[in-house]
Design a protein. Structure first.
Lengths: 180, 110
């Protein structure tokens, strides 16, 4: 097997996008489903929901995965993405930002997609952390209190939407100008 | 701040609302640091050179978020609050922060 089939930065990018980001999206979707499916419609007639500790762990895992994705993306992948090519270099394959900006048809992938990718995930991570805190602190109350459940679900849904948008844009960027 | 009667399962809702509002404040902080950078009014320094100014902008926003959360939590954790206005404020800040991070808005502002 060719030892250079995947470069280190290619592997790190896959860890960032697929392992951590994909894991976060899966956990977020599971948490969203659980928040609604495990909700107790009439708390006075139901026993205390037994799955609330698991839900708390699930949301905590989603938040931790999002933070890991954000930090690896910002401090590991992004520096390679934005590295400046040496003067006069014509093959920009190893310099994704410059490669995208060199073609008017792909320049939007930096000016729009990458700019969104730089900031939206931080907001998503803050939202997931807030809901994880509430899930850990309130446990079964999160499933029995309709209003608290609704607020947490809405914020987590926004978090999921932001993370999904970022994920799709990341695929676009990596398709055209991969970190190899 | 308006108080309501009746705690949720014997637990006050203050800590939950503090975390939600702080997340909104954090999101808004991200947007503000981004738009200040794009308009040239304030460029956060690069705290990690290879990542550029983004490292400063996002770190400052995280500090604002955690600071706001700590302050709100300390003040509200044992209190029962009317959630509606706080939640609307959190959502409003969240939407504003997200919009300010949207590149077409930068062109409109600058």
């Amino acid at each position: 097997m060719d030892s250079t089939l995947f470069s280190n930065r290619s592997i790190l990018t896959m860890i960032h996008g697929i392992v951590l980001g994909g894991g976060a999206l899966m956990a977020l979707s599971a948490a969203l489903f659980s928040l609604r499916a495990m909700r107790v419609a009439n708390p006075s007639q139901a026993s205390t929901p037994s799955g609330s500790p698991l839900l708390a762990w699930l949301v905590a895992f989603a938040a931790a995965s999002l933070w890991a994705t954000v930090l690896v993306g910002t401090y590991v992948s992004f520096p390679d993405y934005r590295a400046m090519p040496p003067e006069g270099l014509t093959d920009l394959a190893k310099f994704p930002r410059s490669l995208l900006q060199s073609n008017p048809e792909t320049a939007w992938l930096h000016g729009f997609a990458m700019e969104i990718k730089e900031h939206f995930p931080w907001i998503a991570a803050m939202l997931a952390t807030a809901v994880a805190f509430v899930a850990a602190r309130y446990r079964s109350t999160l499933l029995t209190d309709k209003r608290l459940n609704g607020m947490a679900t809405t914020l987590l849904a926004i978090c999921f939407a932001l993370a999904s948008i970022v994920g799709v844009l990341g695929i676009f960027v990596n398709k055209v100008a991969p970190l190899e | 701040m308006t108080h309501t009667s009746g705690k949720i399962d014997g637990v006050t809702n203050g800590a939950a609302l503090a975390s939600f509002l702080a997340a909104g404040i954090g999101a808004f902080a991200v947007g503000v640091f981004v738009i200040l950078n794009e308009t040239g009014l304030f460029a956060a320094p690069a705290l990690y050179g290879p990542a550029g100014g983004m490292s400063g902008r996002t770190t400052f926003a995280v500090i604002v978020w955690l600071g706001a959360w700590a302050a709100l939590h300390r003040r509200w954790q044992a209190r029962e609050l009317a959630p509606q206005r706080i939640y609307v404020a959190a959502l409003t800040l969240l939407v504003l922060g997200t919009v300010l991070c949207f590149p077409p808005v930068w062109q409109f502002v600058t």
